[in-house]
Design a protein around this ligand. Structure first.
Ligand code: PHE
Length: 346
């Protein structure tokens, strides 16, 4: 029977046929398995005599099956290698690539423009405490101006100054930098800020750049010159015209809101020219002012010795104006098609 089985195995030419022979010999009901079972009922002497032959048959059949399976697999592999071909000259499918986001691009542009004016870049934490975000900026606990900011507070909100929140503006970096580095100072502070607000022109997270100059005998003229120089460089136009309007921020005195003149050309806002010129209008662009003496005091400096100006501008707004996007929410959808259209090559 062993001979027949071995012969059948070497004649088998498919994996299925080999498997059927394995079941017939070595499966639960297979003839070799049955023979192995009879060993249990034998006397020790009989067992000693017969066991080697049965074990040898089992090993021979198992080996033959393994060899045959391998041979059949090899043939199959050879056949595949001979008949299947890969065309290595076919172009690879394109993988979609991201781009530099307009917000990152604009922040880089701002850092470069202000570096030319001698400003260093500073950053501060996005998870800020109440004291740096409000109190030190001259908005104490019951100050009505806090209501202008729809603040995201952290849940265990204590009544004290150290309650944590998501910063509502980049102005706390003014305080941190004055405290860490003293005066004089010329810095910008770009970064994310958060307010509970959402529509086509407001997202709960957006970007600002803060500017701060602290030095001696600084006055509004310095502020105006700096903003004009920066906006002309940023928008790459010499005809940028600014209008300074009196306003109110608790941390600046006097406070100045800055408008920029633009024309509507073919349905799009084109910056340049006075907003009072025919076909033109003004658009509010940023908040600024002379740093309030109280703020300089809070930051540990002597306001009789040091003065300065500060401004805060929305980076997303600047990007929209320069590069012509109209829905702010698209900035943060992460849609690769939008990025490929509006983004920049690295
Ligand atoms: N922090 C103000 C805001 O977010 C902007 C500002 C900054 C105004 C600095 C004056 C000076 O609205």
């Amino acid at each position: 029977r062993q001979k027949n089985t071995l012969a059948a195995i070497s004649a088998a030419d498919t994996a299925d046929a080999v498997e059927a022979l394995r079941v017939e010999a070595l499966g639960k009901q297979g003839w070799i398995s049955q023979l192995l079972k009879t060993l249990g009922k034998m006397t020790p002497e009989e067992r000693q005599e017969q066991a080697p032959a049965i074990q040898q048959a089992r090993a021979a059949v198992a080996d033959a099956i393994a060899d045959r399976k391998q041979a059949i697999d090899d043939v199959e592999l050879d056949r595949k290698l001979a008949t299947e071909t890969l065309d290595l000259s076919l172009p690879a499918p394109a993988t979609p690539k991201g781009t530099v986001h307009p917000v990152s691009q604009v922040m880089d542009e701002l850092a470069e423009i202000f570096a030319d004016l001698g400003f260093a870049v500073k950053t501060g934490p996005e998870v800020e405490d109440d004291w740096h975000n409000f109190t030190a900026l001259n908005m104490d606990e019951n100050h009505p101006a806090r209501a202008m900011h729809d603040t995201f507070y952290f849940p265990d909100r204590d009544a004290d100054d150290r309650a944590m929140l998501l910063r509502t503006h980049t102005s706390p970096v003014q305080i941190r930098t004055m405290m860490n580095e003293g005066a004089p100072l010329r810095i910008i502070a770009p970064g994310r800020v958060y307010r509970s607000d959402s529509d086509a022109t407001h997202t709960p997270m957006f970007h600002q750049v803060e500017g701060l100059v602290i030095d001696k005998d600084i006055h509004l003229g310095h502020l105006k010159w700096t903003l004009e120089t920066f906006l002309k460089a940023f928008f790459e136009r010499d005809d940028i015209v600014l209008r300074l309007r009196p306003s109110y921020f608790p941390f600046t005195e006097p406070s100045v809101e800055v408008d920029v003149g633009f024309a509507i050309v073919k349905g799009r806002r084109v910056l340049g020219g006075s907003g009072d010129a025919p076909g033109h209008a003004w658009m509010e662009l940023l908040g600024s002012g002379m740093v309030n003496r109280r703020v300089i005091e809070f930051a540990g400096l002597d306001p009789d010795e040091w003065q300065g100006f500060a401004f805060g501008v929305g980076v997303d707004r600047l990007a929209m104006l320069k590069y012509g996007m109209d829905d702010l929410r698209a900035f943060f959808d992460g849609d690769i098609r939008w990025l490929q259209h509006y983004g920049f090559s690295p």
